[in-house]
Design a protein around this ligand. Structure first.
Ligand SMILES: *Cc1c(COP(=O)(O)O)cnc(C)c1O
Length: 393
């Protein structure tokens, strides 16, 4: 490229199809662009800033930590990391936490744990991981292979071996796929990127039973739906099963990059010293943010609010859908809700942006709403009004 005509936009890899919008600051549910134009955020930075942008408790905690210590590596202990680990363990069915920096890395850690666990408990031929079609587990080579959508894999072959995909909610296929080689079954209790699709209780119970009967692990990828998004700290709490391993990232530190792979002792004991590592993993700065998020979620009534506001959002969407012939389904739990259309509404996200709302739309077909937990009912009403206007065009 001619360096005289190169703009700052040309200096960034073109891996994302971005909106023509530069965001300069945010507070709560509101975002402002560089010219001061205001938006109501129904994306939370893709399920990340769940407490709202620049949440005062998180800002205070990060500020205080920034004056003390940014980073020290995992050769030493730090208080902020211990605090986050304790809180995650105390509030879940797991015993220990491995920290990293993103969702894909948490999935990668779970895959490595499953293989090590399989090798050491059932032999070197036990390495296969069963995941679901339509799933999303991240963008590293192993994570796109686990992901049950060929669109993320094409062109990146050869993919690592040892993964099979079955249809969501198809207990028969899961039974057929599972066997001596199965080290783990990995799934999202509600598929997020795949279009907000909750798995049935029956399927989750079957997955638990099959894993138990084989001595395999049940891994829940809660990177999108954990950390309060569905109205409980973990999504599994609203299902009839408990997983052996939980992957977290997105909402864990309200915008500071962090990932975590939580596991029961029976599994985690197979990852001994030297078996896995991350330089940045849970550094004090990220953990100062995550600690504040966990305090806020466990000490306030925010999770009840997520349930209540989620019900309100779903009720309003369903009422709108009953008068909109292009809508085929409304579904979700807590503050992850989706409205599915029968035909692509390619201009919907852009149209709503012009009206002052940021939303997520998948394949033009599925409107995905993930507002910060501090969203107010009148903000939900404003979005519904805008959708009504869109419908009436
Ligand atoms: C976003 C997401 C990931 C990947 O997280 P990154 O931080 O983008 O690597 C993995 N699994 C699920 C369910 C996700 O929603």
């Amino acid at each position: 490229m001619d360096s005289n005509t190169r703009t700052p936009f040309d200096c960034v890899a073109e891996t994302y199809s971005r909106f023509d919008l530069t965001i300069a600051k945010g507070y709560g549910t509101r975002l402002w662009d560089e010219n001061g134009r205001e938006f109501i955020d129904f994306t939370s930075g893709i399920a990340v800033c769940s407490l709202g942008h620049c949440h005062p408790r998180v800002v205070a905690s990060v500020k205080e930590q920034a004056q003390k210590l940014f980073h020290i590596s995992n050769l030493y202990w730090t208080e902020p990391q211990l605090k986050v680990a304790c809180s995650l363990v105390k509030n879940s069915c797991t015993d220990r936490v491995f920290f990293c920096n993103s969702g894909a890395e948490a999935v990668e850690a779970a895959i490595k744990l499953a293989r090590k666990f399989g090798h050491e408990t059932r032999g070197p031929d036990c390495y296969e991981i069963i995941t679901l079609q339509g799933s999303f587990h991240g963008r590293t080579l192993a994570a796109i292979t686990a992901t049950g959508q060929p669109v993320y894999q094409r062109g990146f072959e050869p993919l690592p071996s040892g993964f099979t995909h079955v249809k969501p909610d198809d207990i028969y296929s899961l039974r057929l796929a599972a066997g001596e080689r199965t080290a783990a079954i990995m799934l999202e209790p509600i598929q997020g990127e795949g279009g907000v699709r909750p798995l049935t209780d029956e399927f989750l119970k079957a997955a638990r039973e099959i894993a138990d009967s084989l001595g395999a692990l049940l891994i829940f990828d809660e990177i999108q739906v954990g950390m309060g998004r569905t109205g409980s700290l973990f999504a599994y709490e609203q299902t009839p099963v408990e997983p052996d391993v939980i992957c977290l990232a997105k909402g864990l530190a309200n915008g500071v990059p962090i990932g975590a792979m939580l596991a029961r002792e029976k599994a985690m004991k197979h990852l001994g010293p030297g078996s896995h590592a991350s330089t940045f993993g849970a550094n004090p700065l990220a953990c100062a943010a995550a600690g504040a998020v966990l305090d806020e979620l466990t000490e306030t009534d925010l999770l009840d609010q997520v349930k209540e506001k989620g019900d309100y959002l779903q009720t309003r969407l369903k009422k709108l859908a009953s008068r909109w012939d292009k809508v085929v389904d409304v579904r979700g739990r807590g503050l992850i809700q989706a409205m599915e259309f029968s035909s692509p509404q390619m201009d919907l996200a852009k149209w709503l942006m012009e009206k002052g709302f940021l939303v997520l739309v998948a394949q033009g077909l599925i409107l995905r709403l993930l507002p910060p937990f501090v969203v107010e009912k009148d903000e939900i009403d404003l979005l519904i009004n805008a959708l009504e206007e869109y419908m009436a065009r």
